[in-house]
Design a protein around this ligand. Structure first.
Ligand code: FAD
Length: 412
């Protein structure tokens, strides 16, 4: 594939075929708990494989939640194969490079060219989009495929042997297969583990904010971040910041990772923009200027968990997917990516099922294909916490020296 700019990368990418369009000989009724990115992706993949899917979501409405999200080529490949190229083209920004900078001077210590090289090397582009746009495109896709989505339906109990669920309203529903896509605080995970199983605080929290790029374009020293879309990572002691454009370049997304000082795990919890500015005092002048343009911020406590031995209930009729089974720090930008990959693999496998009796076999195959990859990605994300947050000193200098050498080799 050859592409000369980001937009054409998306068009070229549309030729990728992952989902084969196979319909299973046996139609299952599948209940999916959770209408996040993972639940929607699973519902679409399974509905397309010939099954009947219903998503139960506790939230009463789908809102504009979150901020930017990185869609790495392993996921954009799946989305393109699902026909989402035009939607990505409308909203995504394709970063031309990743740049690493020193926190207090902004000095460039690392640089890797991305853009078309992603397409050349991975067969699909690297995209930056707003989580709400990502969610909307999967929502429309799932509904278009015939998935039933029921909002305001909190699942309060499950019977894993049937399997069936009970809603807060008292209503119960049963099916052939139950999928827990209910996120990091998953209730269904507890049923599989067989007891209370709380997420683990990683010690970090994230401020997330978007800045209208029209404001940045007025500032000589900020204009470059918009006109030359790259992903920038500023690394400092115990903290780092990621910045990149989203929404066709209309907004600049900043995520500020820092030691947690008492936040909550929520897509919608407001943080204090003034406290955020105070927490990053002393960072390079362009950061100070950027943060001065932030009107409001979301604050998110970052939780993860260790790997689970099994994602499947002993009944063989309940399985986990996404953050419910492998939540991770966002330091490799792979949480949603792994959830979408889980969904694609499950959909593909269950397009071969010819009897409900085969469900346990296919769930084991799903777990065998996914577990090691997701566990490894969880560990890599934790490792990046150490690498990005090194205190200033010999280890940080060695890290930066390695990155500089690679950058010089890259730039010739
Ligand atoms: P969720 O999105 O959490 O969805 C779970 C859903 O289940 C929710 O809607 C919830 O309301 C519902 N639910 C829960 N319990 C019940 C119940 N009992 N009954 C009914 N409904 C229920 N990932 C990337 O790939 N790239 C990135 O760049 C990236 N950046 C990130 C940055 C930050 C700061 C954070 C915090 C995360 C980031 N992630 C990123 C991770 C990514 O957002 C998550 O991994 C992903 O959203 C998980 O999707 P999910 O569907 O598994 O869970």
């Amino acid at each position: 594939a050859k592409a000369d700019d980001g937009a054409s990368a998306l068009r070229v990418g549309q030729t990728v075929t992952l989902y084969g369009g196979r319909t299973a000989p046996c139609k299952l009724r599948i209940i999916i708990v959770g209408c996040g990115l993972g639940g929607l992706a699973a519902a679409f993949a399974l509905q397309k494989a010939g099954h009947e899917c219903v998503i139960l979501e506790q939230a009463p409405a789908i809102g504009e939640v979150g901020a930017g999200i990185q869609v790495t080529p392993n996921v954009s490949r799946v989305l393109l194969s699902w026909g989402l190229g035009p939607q990505l083209e409308r909203t995504a920004v394709i970063p031309q490079a990743i740049v690493f900078r020193r926190w207090e001077t902004g000095e460039r210590v690392g640089y890797t060219k991305w853009g078309d090289l992603m397409l050349r090397d991975h067969g699909a582009p690297y995209c930056h989009i707003h989580r709400a746009d990502f969610h909307r495109m999967l929502y429309d896709l799932a509904v278009g495929a015939g998935v039933q989505i029921r909002l305001g339906c909190a699942v309060t109990a499950i019977d894993a042997d049937k399997p069936s669920v009970t809603l807060r309203s008292g209503e119960s529903l049963s099916g052939d297969l139950l999928i827990g896509a209910d996120g990091v605080k998953s209730m269904i995970r507890q049923v599989i583990v067989g007891g209370p199983d709380a997420p683990v605080a990683t010690g970090d929290a994230a401020y997330r904010a978007t800045i209208p790029t029209s404001l940045m374009l007025r500032e000589d020293d900020l204009r470059g971040f918009v006109e030359n879309p790259e992903m920038t990572a500023w690394m400092g002691p115990g903290r780092h910041i990621m910045g990149y454009c989203i929404r066709g370049g209309k907004e600049y997304n900043v995520v500020l990772l820092h030691p947690d000082d008492g936040s909550v795990e929520s897509w919608t919890a407001e943080g204090s923009a003034d406290k955020m500015r105070a927490d990053f005092e002393g960072w390079e002048p362009r950061i100070q200027k950027m943060l001065g343009l932030v009107p409001s911020t979301l604050k998110w406590k970052l939780m993860d968990r260790g790997p689970l031995e099994t994602w499947i209930h002993k009944s063989g009729k309940v399985v986990l997917l996404g953050d419910s089974c492998h939540p991770m720090l966002p330091y490799r930008a792979q949480g949603a990516a792994m959830a979408v990959e889980d969904a694609a693999v499950l959909g593909s496998l269950l397009s071969h099922i010819s009897s409900p009796a085969q469900i346990p076999f296919f769930l084991r195959a799903y777990q065998d294909l996914r577990h090691a990859r997701c566990t490894d990605t969880q560990a890599q994300a934790r490792l990046n916490q150490l690498i990005f947050h090194l205190p200033d000193g010999p280890e940080q200098q060695a890290r930066d020296e390695d990155m500089r050498r690679a950058m010089e080799a890259e730039l010739g």
